[in-house]
Design a protein around this ligand. Structure first.
Ligand code: FE
Length: 237
């Protein structure tokens, strides 16, 4: 399998490129608008054809590259069924599989950071034998996505993390949408044991922890959210 993890420095965002083979169809998860040219060049260099660009959720800290990639490559744009971005060409339901030229991506509804967040699971069909889950901001490395805006809810987040993501096989690799310390990958077992936010007794304790964070709003929120509801096409605002 072809797999690339790309980093956008200003928002500490990870974008993922997947394809089953050289010359085949590719999938992009959580592209950043400013990186569009770079992404298109990489896809070209690898001899791939971009079939689908997906956002795990409506990002508040960067403008999405979905619309720009669709214009540049003719790809399909996709988000989960609860997204309010009416610009996407398709929406996936909980448990639905996106099939792409030998790669099967299963969507898992993981609300809590926002009420429309999805995680995406790539199964064990590739040669490495390991599943990969792209968690967006639902579960980060040694952290979790904040729950204090965009209809976030710490109780939903607890349910998504403990009753969905942490039930995946222990060795499943976790690839988040962000990391602010340069960490690139973790596993379900590692986060269950060592993520400080997950060392809680129950949902009430998790909600108290999340409600006490008092984080400042993301710098780009007022620009990014309205732009992302239009797939990142700022010029149309
Ligand atoms: Fe987010």
């Amino acid at each position: 399998m072809i797999f690339r993890q790309l980093f956008e420095r200003n928002s500490s965002t990870y974008t993922y490129l997947l394809a089953s083979r050289a010359g085949g169809e590719a999938l992009i998860i959580d592209p950043v608008l400013e990186k569009t040219a770079e992404l298109v060049a990489l896809i070209d260099e690898l001899g791939l054809k971009l079939a689908i660009a997906v956002d795990t959720h409506t990002h508040a800290d960067h403008v999405t590259g979905l619309g720009a990639l669709r214009e540049a490559t003719g790809c399909i744009t996709a988000m989960g069924e609860h997204s309010r971005a009416d610009c996407v060409s398709t929406r996936f339901r909980d448990g639905e599989c996106l099939n792409l030229d030998g790669i099967e991506l299963r969507s898992i509804y993981t609300p809590g950071h926002t009420d429309e967040s999805f995680s995406l699971l790539v199964g064990r069909s590739d040669a490495s034998g390991e599943g990969r889950v792209f968690t967006g901001d639902a579960l980060l490395i040694r952290g979790t996505g904040r729950t204090d805006f965009q209809n976030g809810d710490p109780y939903q987040a607890y349910d998504s993390i403990f009753n969905k993501l942490l039930r995946l096989p222990d060795e499943t690799l976790i690839y988040p949408a962000h990391d602010y310390k340069g960490r690139t990958v973790s596993t379900i077992a590692e986060e269950r044991a060592h993520n400080p936010r997950l060392q809680v007794r129950d949902a009430d304790e998790y909600a108290r922890l999340m409600n006490g964070l008092n984080l400042p709003p993301p710098l780009l929120m007022d620009v990014a959210v309205p732009a992302n509801l239009r797939c990142g096409r700022i010029a149309e605002l």
